[in-house]
Design a protein around this ligand. Structure first.
Ligand code: GUN
Ligand code: ZN
Length: 638
């Protein structure tokens, strides 16, 4: 069983519950060759802290001595590894050397019998040069074998490999079929040649297509991804597990892995690495080590580099800065930059998982940033949900953020002349009533623009003006004061909750409580009732039970609602969190961190809170929090 602890878009911090205990993801599983362990499994676990490894059951089965002792003692004792052991099936050997002499049922039985925690189907490796026809036929066989493996797996978890070469349609279909089977982990297979040949744009297509077909409640493993340079990008696209044979393979060729690539020891002109393996060396002393010692030292260096990057990626997910990390990692090589740029083609899918806001500010790191889903989100919502009675607009250059603080007088003056002032930004033109929401105020751009930024500004301006029927005119600034807070109160609500909800919420005499210190809206009262509070951090509202009471009888179903099963009703009324296994249904338009109303199947309001997951996730997961609840209706006074 898999559960999500924290997410940032498609990326997630999760826990895979196995019979060997918990495996936290994103997880890197070092590959251990059962015949020669360059770094011992015990060291991998205790010293490096990798709580899982992957080894090859086909190699074990083909070696008489290993086979017998694996069957007798079990894999964990054989390898002396207390953590989670995943085994591969021989598919990679068939990719490398041709046919393998084992059948699917034999190798699945064997993996189960030696006590593997996660066994793998003998899938067919779909090569990137295969035709679509050939790929399709082989997937049929892989799916049959997966079905067979599910029947044989017993207590072992089974990994069902998504194949499909470079054909996104086939990948998605294969993934969808896999998702309908009782499979526990989904590796994305057949991608090693893409990574070896630095075909990262195709890798991105393949990952996204596979993710679209898979069920969100199962961890996704990127088979053969074990270079630190690619981890951040793959995690960003929703890969939870990785494996690395390269740490040892490269070490055998005197090659060191770094975040920006792989370097040959003989070509390196210095060694500035401070990892525990390199710390006591300079270039000369490392080169001078005896062969075996040098190989082990480099393998350890490679593992330290991987460990560090896994920690860094984890931290970035926790802090909401994985996009920035992936953007900076992808600048290490033009082919990786291609991969990053390719994510632009998938922005509409990525937007489905994009949170309403993040804790920290969004950084512009280059023109690729413009294709981030937070830009798409703002464009969509400001075109579809914003509304204004004004017919004229004026376009102003940005002088500082939030706009109200730096350009307050210009904005107020134009509004008092019935002209909507719009500030030019890379997100699009920003009306004065949306200047404080994420990511408009919470973003940092270089002061020196670039062509990408400039053309984006123009494109979005046209879109917004036509969406709202605005006519552009030259700004005339005088000193008329104008209170934009009433506009802001409505516009933020429309952006966040939609137009219909806003009409209902604001139906009545409006009163705003404004901070005396900052001038910012704190509370919104309608007909004397405090229905919304505005957060200073991201400029959005928290919905209060009083507001939800107004909405729940009038807002079209299923908008803004998470419906729970009857068993959960008393708990949620008391203000306890909503767990996934109690979710009955959910509004498909809800995005992570959106405010939601939790209701019974009869439509009774139970509590209000913040959605952590989207609909498909809430329905798929059996464990974990779906809605972080703030207030229950029974904690309210009557
Ligand atoms: N190791 C690397 N790629 C693959 C793959 O596609 N299938 C399996 N089973 N193992 C792999
Ligand atoms: Zn090092």
């Amino acid at each position: 069983m898999f559960e999500i602890i924290k997410r940032d878009g498609l990326a997630r911090i999760g826990v895979l519950h196995t019979r060997r205990g918990k495996l936290e993801t994103p997880a890197l599983l070092p590959v251990v060759n059962p015949k020669l362990a360059t770094v011992t499994p015990a060291d991998i676990y205790h010293h490096f802290g990798f709580k899982g490894l992957i080894t090859n059951s086909y190699i074990i089965r083909n070696s008489k001595g290993l086979k017998e002792s694996a069957l007798e003692k079990g894999l964990h004792e054989l390898l002396d590894f207390p953590g989670v052991i995943m085994t591969d099936s021989g598919t990679f050997q068939s990719h490398m050397y041709g046919e393998v002499e084992v059948s699917n049922d034999e190798i699945v039985d064997f993996q189960r019998d030696i006590g593997s925690d996660i066994g793998t189907v003998l899938d067919i490796f779909t090569e990137p040069y295969w035709t679509e026809e050939q790929t399709k036929d082989s997937i049929t066989v892989t799916l049959e074998r997966t079905q067979e493996a599910v029947a044989l797996k017993g207590d072992m978890m089974i990994a069902g490999v998504v194949q499909g070469s470079i054909y996104p349609g086939l990948r998605e279909d294969c993934a969808r079929s896999m998702a309908s089977m009782d499979v526990d982990v989904h590796p994305i297979g057949g991608v090693v040649p893409l990574m070896e040949q630095y075909r990262f744009r195709e890798l991105v297509d393949v990952i996204i297509a596979s993710k679209k077909g898979l069920s969100p409640d199962r961890p996704v493993h990127l088979f053969g991804a074990g270079h630190p340079m690619v981890i951040a990008l793959a995690a960003l696209l929703g890969c939870d597990m990785f494996d690395s044979a390269s740490y040892a393979k490269f070490a055998r060729d005197d090659r060191l892995m770094f975040l920006d690539g792989t370097y040959r020891l003989k070509d390196m002109q210095g060694l500035e690495c401070e990892c525990p393996a390199c710390r006591d060396h300079d270039l000369e002393s490392l080169r001078a080590l005896p062969d075996e010692k040098r190989m082990v030292t480099i393998a350890r260096h490679n593992l330290y580099e991987l460990k560090k990057e896994m920690g860094r990626v984890r931290r970035a997910i926790m802090e909401g800065s994985l996009w920035e990390l992936a953007e900076s990692r992808c600048r290490a090589h033009p082919a990786l930059l291609d991969g990053l740029r390719r994510t632009a083609d998938h922005v509409d899918h990525l937007e489905l998982f994009e949170p309403l806001s993040r804790d920290g500010a969004m950084f512009y790191t280059g023109s690729e940033t413009l294709s981030r889903p937070c830009f798409r989100r703002f464009e969509l919502r400001s075109n579809e949900r914003y509304s204004t009675d004004l017919k004229k607009c004026a376009i102003l250059d940005e002088k500082g953020k939030p706009h109200g603080r730096y350009m307050g007088q210009e904005l107020q003056s134009l509004l008092s002349q019935n002209t909507l002032p719009l500030v030019k930004t890379a997100f699009g033109p920003i009306p004065p009533d949306l200047d404080e929401i994420y990511p408009i105020a919470q973003s940092i751009f270089p002061s020196i623009g670039d062509d990408g930024m400039d053309s984006e500004i123009g494109r979005k301006e046209d879109g917004f003006l036509s969406a709202h029927g605005l006519e552009r005119q030259e700004p005339v600034i005088d000193e008329e004061p104008y209170d934009i807070n009433r506009l802001r109160a409505l516009s933020v609500s429309r952006y966040q909750f939609g137009r219909e909800a806003t009409d209902i919420l604001f139906d009545g005499p409006l009163e705003l409580v404004v901070s005396r210190k900052t001038g910012k809206i704190r509370n919104v009262l309608v007909s004397g009732e405090h229905i919304l509070s505005m957060r200073a951090s991201d400029g959005f509202y928290t919905l209060r039970v009083e507001g939800a009471m107004k909405l729940v009888d009038r807002l079209t179903e299923p908008l803004m609602r998470v419906t729970v099963v009857d068993d959960a009703i008393p708990f949620n009324k008391e203000g306890r969190n909503v767990f996934c296994n109690f979710v009955h249904d959910c509004d498909p338009d809800i995005r992570p961190n959106d405010e939601v109303m939790v209701v019974s199947k009869e439509g009774e309001l139970l509590c209000v809170g913040r959605a952590l997951l989207v609909r498909d996730e809430m329905l798929a997961f059996k464990k974990g929090v779906a809605v972080k609840v703030r207030d229950g209706t029974s904690s309210q006074k009557a």
